[in-house]
Design a protein around this ligand. Structure first.
Ligand code: CUA
Length: 181
């Protein structure tokens, strides 16, 4: 920043220096490239998901999740006795993010489609599915809906990647994908 005023008071009427013009052009074109890369990576990179978001209140989301848990729990897992839920293929599946857990544990079948709804009951959390690295922001008052079709069997972890307080690092969930149920 200059500490003295410009010599010409009407400095903005002077022609733009050539190097500055070059940099403005480069920055503008790069911005355009990055913009179109977002669209390209949506299709090719399989990282930016096609998802939907709807307003929903916490009580309603919680009730829908509990209804699914009551109907399809097959066993309990871990020291918190978290229910493991095996919803039928094609159904609506619910996942709660809250301080500090992902609830419940889901058990899904490979190559079957599910409609996964995720919402937070308190404040913002980050859904990060590992090791495949799929990321979603989870906000209270909204549900994220993703059409999910697991293409590999195994055990997947859900890590919270949005700092949410003292128990943030313990907020780890799980999805089991089975070859055949
Ligand atoms: Cu939830 Cu960090």
């Amino acid at each position: 920043m200059a500490i003295t005023p410009p010599e010409q008071r009407l400095w903005w009427k002077e022609p733009i220096a050539k190097t500055e013009l070059v940099w403005i052009t480069v920055a503008f074109l790069w911005g355009l490239v990055m913009f179109f890369m977002m669209i390209y990576w949506h299709g090719v990179g399989e990282q930016n998901l096609s998802n939907e978001a709807y307003r929903i209140d916490a009580d309603k989301f919680s009730a829908r999740t509990e209804a699914m848990v009551a109907k399809y729990t097959v066993r309990k897992e871990g020291k918190n006795e978290t229910p493991v839920v095996r919803p039928p293929p094609g159904s609506d599946v619910y996942l709660i993010a809250r301080l500090w857990e992902w609830y419940p544990i889901l058990e899904l079948e490979k190559n079957q489609s599910y409609r996964l709804h995720i919402s937070s009951l308190d404040w913002q959390h980050g859904f990060s599915l590992q090791p495949v690295n799929i990321n979603l922001q989870i906000h209270p008052g909204y549900e994220m809906v993703v059409n999910l079709k697991p293409n590999q069997a195994g055990q997947f972890s859900i890590v919270c990647n949005e700092f949410c307080g003292i128990g943030h690092h313990t907020m780890i969930g799980r999805i089991h994908v089975l070859d055949k149920m």
